[in-house]
Design a protein around this ligand. Sequence first.
Ligand code: MG
Length: 373
Amino acid sequence: MKNIAVLGCTGSIGLQTLDIVKSNPEKYKITGLSCGTRVKELAALSHDFSCKNIGIADIDKYSELKSLAQDSDVSCGDDALTSVTEGADVVVVAVVGMIGLKAVLYALKQGKTVALANKESLVAGGNLVTEQLKRGGALYPVDSEHSAVWQCLQGEKDFKRIILTASGGPFYFTSRSELSSVTPEQAVKHPNWNMGKKISVDSATMMNKGLEIIEARWLFNTKNIDYVIHPESIVHSMVEFRDGSIKAQAGFPDMRLPIQYALSFPEHADRNYTPLRLPLELRFLQPDEQKFKAPKLAKQAIEAGGNSAAVLNAANEAAVRLFLERKISFTDIVDIVENALCAEPFCELNTVDDVCRAHNRVYDQIYLKYRGK
Ligand code: MG
């Protein structure tokens, strides 16, 4: 029996994790649950899963949660990311944004296995996570592309290059001139994956692929990372080896597969799944970096090192929020990120406080600048 804590339990990945736990009661038990603001959903889930250790990030919601779950241990604020992991073997980090970094570092420090669905933490603080991993704990990817690479690398000693696949999002075939009038409603509708708002917008701008390139850089300790547009999202990524062999991992696009694999590793355990109907026509297309420059910016941030990736991530988090609040246009998002990368002076980030300070400064600067518009 594995004890599992889910941080971000009311989001898309959190709820799908709970589905898997519900289908495998003999294998998994929920021992901790936390979320950002959704008090009622959290109270209901703690009841469904008989989980008495719960937390809410929004401190204003503490008393409401306490009254809804009177016999539970309730934490709030940053504690919601740490207290609920007590007694867990696996901590599923499915919160949105850089805030996930604190949770990842804390869980690793306790020697736990982190199933990571939060790419922003690795983007902003990948060097800190890598250092912490040398001292204990384990990090398993939940992101579908990185799970694919991880699956391809089982039994392998070495590889030449990672090839991430990208669906291209809902606007890959939209003309550049039409992109500026894309609305938040259009941007959050992904053709293949059912996901939360932030990642859906990231996917539409292709910043998601940029963040994933940086995520792969830390997870697999390489800078040899390419990506290809694969609109069908059937091949979830590939690895090329020194003899020219390429391994790919494929399947119907369903996040439950990579989530379950991170829980059941090294086993491919039983699951009710949608089978692929063959034959299938699959396309692998050249990325258009004139129209979607986010992955290129991410590669530049990897080369630059220091605070660059944290700046890219913070600027993107602020810009996505502004776009969802209708303060800026769709094409402004990546332009704002590019400008932030040019404007921010280089520095090294050696502690989690350094990362948080750098993140907050860039985020606040951008958010406050455009909020009134
Ligand atoms: Mg992904």
